[in-house]
Design a binder for this molecule. Structure first.
Ligand code: UDX
Length: 451
C-alpha cells in the first residue's frame, strides 16, 4: 500500500483484517514513526484497535522503503493524495505518477497495480504506459478500485460496502482475468456477506467514483434548494424528504438540508468532474449548478444568522456548536463553518466556539481575533446572545434546552442542522430558527402567530 494517509491506512488495516499480509509505505517520517507505534494520526473510530491488532498478528507493517514493500507483492495499491491543483480544479497527479515510477522500478515479478486514489479518467492507462516504459521486461496489469469510505464510518463502509468497484484493462483480455482473480482473492470475505463486486473497464471505474460523489452532492444541493422553497411556502423539508425518499427510485439518504456540503471529497470531486467533462467536450451543467448552489448556500448563511439576530451581529456574542464539516471527524477541509464564522466576525460578532474533535484543525482556518475556543457546548453558550449549530454532533442533541437558555443572555437559536424540534424549542422560550421548517408552526407553538 503506497501511502499511509486516510484511504491507504483504512484500506491496509481492513485488508489485513481480511487475512492478507499488507506492507504500508509512508514517506513522511513523523507519520511513519507514529504508525509504527500502532498510533493513528487521524480521527477514525475503531481504526486504532484494528491497526494495533493487525500489527501484533504480523499481517500489517509500516516502512518507507518502496522496494521492500513491493517485492513479491501480488497487488500494489497506490493510495497517495490527489489534491486539487492550483486553482484550476484538476486533480494534482504528481504523487500518483511518482509512486507509479517507484513501484515500476521496484517490482520483482507480476503484480496488479491498483489505484485507490481518486484519479481522473485515463490515469490507469497512463500508469500502465509509465510502467511499460520503465520496465518493458515486466508482466503486470493495472486496475482501478475507488474507495467510497465516509469519514467517521470508514471501517464499516469498507467491511460492509454497498458495492466494490474494480476496473481492469478490458483491452488486455488475458491480463484482465489474472488481475481480476487477485482482486477477487483480496475481497473474498465480502463474497460471504454477498456484497456486490462489480467488475468494469478502467475508465468506467474511474468515472464511477466522480459520478457517485457528484450525484450525492447534487442530492444535497437539491434538498437545500427545496428547504428554501419550503420556508417560503410553509412546507416542512423533513416531511418533504420523507415523502420523496420513500420512492425507492429517489431513496431516503442524503436528503438532510443544512448549511451546504463540505469535506475532502464532494467539493474536490465535483470540480474535477466538471474539468473532465470540459476536456472531453461534454456538458456537466447539473454538476456546475450543484457547485453554484452549494457556494451560494454557504455564503447566504451569514445573512440568515444576522437576520435571526435582529438584523445585526455587531457586538453580539454567538456560541457556535460544531466546526467540522460533519460529525464523527476532526476534518475541517471545506467546512461550511469557515466562511460562516469569517462573515460573522467581519460583521462585528464575538464567537465562542466548541467542537468535540475539530478545534485543533480549526484554529489556523478561522479568524485569529474575536473567537474564543470553549471547553464544551455549555461553556460556549454561557453569556451568549445566540447559539448557532453548524455540525450535528450527538452530544449537542442531548443538551437540554432549558439548561442552556438559563446560561445565555439572549434567546436566539439558529440551528442549521435541524437537531432540535421547533415545538420544544419554542416552548422553552427560544427564538428558534432552523432550515426548511415553517416559521408559522413555531409561532403557533409560541402563541405569537398573527391571526
Ligand atoms: C463522502 C462520500 O459519502 C464517500 O462515499 C466518499 O468516498 C467520500 O466523500 P465524506 O466526505 O466523509 O464522504 O462525508 P459525507 O457523510 O458523505 O458528507 C459530506 C458532506 O455532505 C458533509 O458536509 C455533510 O454535512 C453533507 N451532507 C451529507 C448534507 O448536508 N446532507 C446530507 O443529507 C448528507
Amino acid at each position: 500500500m503506497i501511502g499511509g494517509g486516510y484511504v491507504g491506512l483504512v484500506s491496509a488495516a481492513c485488508f489485513a483484517e481480511f487475512g492478507t499480509e499488507v506492507a504500508v509505505v509512508e514517506t513522511h517520517p513523523g507519520r511513519l514513526a507514529t504508525l509504527r507505534k500502532g498510533e493513528i494520526p487521524i480521527y477514525e473510530p475503531g481504526l486504532d484497535k484494528l491497526v494495533s491488532e493487525n500489527i501484533e498478528a504480523g499481517r500489517l507493517s509500516f516502512g518507507n522503503d518502496v522496494a521492500a514493500a513491493v517485492a513479491g507483492a501480488d497487488a500494489i495499491f497506490i493510495a497517495v493524495g490527489t489534491p486539487p491543483r492550483n486553482g484550476d480544479g484538476h486533480a494534482d497527479l504528481t504523487y500518483v505518477f511518482a509512486a507509479a515510477e517507484q513501484v515500476a522500478r521496484a517490482m520483482t515479478g507480476y503484480a496488479v497495480i491498483v489505484t485507490k486514489s481518486t484519479v481522473p479518467v485515463g490515469t490507469g492507462r497512463r500508469i500502465a504506459e509509465t510502467v511499460r516504459r520503465l520496465r518493458p521486461d515486466l508482466a503486470f496489469d493495472v486496475a482501478s478500485n475507488p474507495e467510497f469510505l465516509r469519514e467517521g464510518n470508514a471501517i464499516g463502509d469498507f467491511m460492509k460496502p454497498d458495492r466494490v468497484v474494480i476496473g481492469t484493462d478490458t483491452d488486455q483480455p488475458g491480463g484482465t482475468e489474472r488481475a481480476q482473480e487477485i482482486m477477487r482473492r483480496l475481497y473474498r470475505p465480502l463474497y460471504v456477506i454477498e456484497a456486490p463486486i462489480l467488475f468494469t473497464s478502467l475508465e468506467s471505474s474511474e468515472l464511477i467514483k466522480y459520478a457517485a460523489n457528484s450525484f450525492l452532492a447534487m442530492k444535497i444541493s437539491f434538498i437545500n434548494e427545496m428547504a428554501d422553497l419550503c420556508e417560503r411556502v410553509g412546507a416542512d423539508v423533513h416531511e418533504l424528504a420523507r415523502g420523496i425518499g420513500m420512492d425507492h427510485r429517489i431513496g431516503r439518504k442524503f436528503l438532510h438540508a443544512g448549511p451546504g456540503y463540505g469535506g475532502s471529497c464532494f467539493p474536490k470531486d465535483t470540480l474535477a468532474l466538471m474539468r473532465i467533462a470540459q476536456e472531453a467536450g461534454a456538458s456537466s451543467r447539473l454538476v456546475e449548478a450543484t457547485v453554484q448552489v452549494n457556494d451560494a448556500r454557504k455564503a447566504s448563511m451569514g445573512a440568515r444568522i444576522m437576520s435571526a439576530c435582529g438584523g445585526s451581529v455587531r457586538g453580539k456574542t454567538i456560541a457556535v456548536f460544531g466546526l467540522t464539516f460533519k460529525p464523527g471527524t476532526d476534518d475541517m477541509r471545506d467546512a461550511p463553518s469557515i466562511p460562516i464564522i469569517h462573515r460573522l466576525i467581519e460583521n462585528g460578532a464575538l464567537v465562542r466556539a466548541f467542537d468535540p474533535a475539530g478545534m485543533t484543525a480549526a484554529r489556523p482556518l478561522l479568524p485569529k481575533h474575536d473567537i474564543t475556543y470553549c471547553t464544551d457546548a455549555i461553556d460556549a453558550a454561557t453569556g451568549a446572545n445566540a447559539v448557532l449549530v453548524l455540525t450535528e454532533w450527538n452530544e449537542f442533541r442531548a443538551i437540554s434546552p432549558d439548561r442552556h437558555r438559563d446560561l445565555m443572555t439572549g434567546k436566539v437559536v439558529v440551528d442549521l442542522r435541524n437537531i432540535w424540534e421547533p415545538s420544544s424549542m419554542a416552548r422553552a422560550g427560544f427564538d428558534y430558527s432552523s432550515v426548511g421548517r415553517p416559521e408559522r408552526r413555531i409561532e403557533l407553538e409560541r402563541g405569537t402567530a398573527a391571526a
